[in-house]
Write a protein of this length. Structure first.
Length: 387
């Protein structure tokens, strides 16, 4: 399904002011190989085309100049493993400071808002890759352990957390940069060979979203045209299947939930009608969820007497871990339910949950007011509702 274009876009990122159409790309390299050629490639729909090359000076300096009419992707490279992906726009003056052996991770890039956004994403992706590599090292060091099954389960849970974090970050990144070509690159990132941050089927709506935006803004740009063709193929593969559309905001009534509490009683979500309710999906193994716990406690303390309730659904794997998480974070004053089935929970397909924490703020009739309120955003919204 992936054509050659996206083999290049998968790579770790980065680059791309504002006078006429002349672009200048200059750089300084630490520990240079004086006299070595550095290449500038342009990304086409199905291949890379080398458009220029220069020798690196003894001081590690190099410079390229080119006339362009539209934003485009370029690769600055020494070889296929040592390169920097750039988004260059007409009039930009791009300055790069990097080590000769690691163009992929420059010390600094200036002169391009688009490139800076790509570099920002790359830092987050690199942190996730490093954490995943750390799990691999732990496994390799304990292959002879008698506790390897328990260790594998623990490492798998951590890997799931890391992947959920970068998946959520990537979606937010795309939403924030939907009109920019950087959103196209974000669709195809990996944390390991063939382990993609976004799943083309599961996260299809993001491929459709980016395609719709970029096809409108850059209809004649080859990589965008290639994306459009790929999205058409992706949509065709799910013909006859329900697309993973999220529960919508704007007054939609959420599906019913009826699951047991820690004590074994079944409490329906609909039993909370008449209150403003935060429907929150979490798990004790989810670090980002646990970091949100103090915000939930604060919001509950401030607004429960005014008619605010929390209905919290856990994706824990064991009842013991679930209960300990509730006790440790001091969350026991509101409603907790779970079927304790991890990602096989009945609520996952029902609410199209792709990552946690996920939440929906419901009105007194069970209709969605807002979703994914984090940090102070929940308290701010409740202040508006109860004013």
């Amino acid at each position: 399904m992936y054509n050659k274009l996206f083999v290049y876009l998968i790579s770790l990122l980065t680059v791309a002011g504002c006078r006429n159409n002349s672009v200048q790309i200059t750089g300084t390299l630490s520990n240079p190989n004086a006299g070595e050629f550095i290449f500038l490639d342009e990304l086409k729909a199905n291949n890379l085309a080398t458009i220029d090359s220069v020798k690196v000076s003894e001081a590690g300096a190099f410079s390229f100049s080119k006339e362009i009419k539209n934003p485009a992707f370029y690769l600055l490279r020494f070889n296929e493993n040592n390169f920097l992906t750039m988004l260059v726009e007409p009039g930009e003056r791009v300055k790069i400071d990097a080590n000769h052996d690691s163009l992929n991770y420059p010390n600094s890039v200036t002169g391009s808002a688009g490139t800076e956004k790509m570099a920002e994403y790359n830092k987050s992706l690199r942190r996730t890759v490093n954490k995943m590599n750390g799990l691999n090292r732990i496994f390799a060091q304990n292959t002879d352990s008698t506790k390897i099954p328990a260790l594998m389960e623990s490492l798998d849970s951590l890997a799931h957390i890391y992947l959920n974090e970068i998946n959520t970050y990537t979606k937010n990144y795309i939403d924030s940069n939907l009109s920019s070509l950087v959103s196209l690159v974000a669709l195809y990132q990996q944390v390991a060979p063939n382990v993609y941050v976004l799943n083309p089927s599961k996260d299809l709506r993001y491929f459709i979203k980016v395609d719709s935006s970029l096809s409108h803004n850059y209809p004649d740009y080859e990589p965008v045209s290639a994306l459009h063709e790929q999205v058409k193929e992706l949509v065709a593969t799910v013909t006859g299947k329900p697309l993973p559309e999220p529960v919508q905001e704007g007054g939609a009534t959420v599906p019913e939930i009826a699951l047991p509490t820690p004590k074994g009683d079944t409490i329906k979500l609909s039993s909370t009608r008449g209150s403003i309710v935060l429907l929150d999906f979490w798990a004790s193994w989810c670090t980002p969820c646990r970091l949100e716990s103090p915000n939930l406690v604060k919001a509950y303390d401030l607004y429960h007497r005014k008619g605010f309730q929390i209905y919290q659904v856990s994706l824990d794997k064991t009842k013991d871990a679930w209960i300990k998480g509730i006790e440790y974070d001091k969350l026991g004053r509101w409603i907790h339910v779970s079927d304790v089935k991890f990602w096989n929970s009945s609520v996952v397909p029902l609410y199209k949950i792709e990552s946690i924490p996920t939440n929906f703020l419901l009105d007194r009739e069970g209709r969605i007011i807002a979703s994914n309120l984090r940090g102070n955003a929940l308290e701010k919204k409740l202040a508006e509702l109860f004013k």
